[in-house]
Design a protein around this ligand. Sequence first.
Ligand SMILES: Nc1ncnc2c1ncn2[C@@H]1O[C@H](COP(=O)(O)OP(=O)(O)O)[C@@H](O)[C@H]1O
Ligand SMILES: [Mg+2]
Length: 166
Amino acid sequence: MSATAAEGLRFEGVVCGYGDTMVVRGLSGRVRPGQVLGVLGRNGVGKTTLVRALAGQLPLREGRIHWQGRDLARVPAHARWGLGIALAPQENVVFGDLSVEENLWLHRRVRGLEAYEAYLDAFPRLRERRAQRAGSLSGGERKLLSFVRTLGAAAALSVLDEPTEG
Ligand SMILES: Nc1ncnc2c1ncn2[C@@H]1O[C@H](COP(=O)(O)OP(=O)(O)O)[C@@H](O)[C@H]1O
Ligand SMILES: [Mg+2]
């Protein structure tokens, strides 16, 4: 592992929110390779807001987020995947008009479910429904599809917002 990869993820005085209301106020900390960080808190406390900031969907009002030694402020949302950050958002988790398997192929160079076999063994319901429109899955099944797609990406950083919801 390179020196910069070992840096992992670092939050430094992060402040962000909506309009005049700051939801995350001065968050600092670090997640190193191999570590799992769980962010707990009641509804509305700001977990999803923090995820949006990490994903690049919400600008920081103050502070910095560093990933593998790089300041993410200069990295647009669409480019963060290329840096090894995979996101399973809380809502709008799948492309409803695409099939289950298309949702799993979408972002990959190769069509095929090889990368997902272990996950599809664990969640056989998804394999059974591979040809079904993702939009016709139940809420919990859609969440499962998003979870499997994100973990199957084997990214350096997997960000899961409410993975067990539904
Ligand atoms: N797009 C938005 N515009 C304005 N306020 C928002 C928006 N999204 C969330 N909020 C507010 O920010 C606070 C934190 O919400 P959120 O991050 O979704 O919490 P959690 O994920 O912990 O349940 C809540 O008070 C919520 O109402
Ligand atoms: Mg949330």
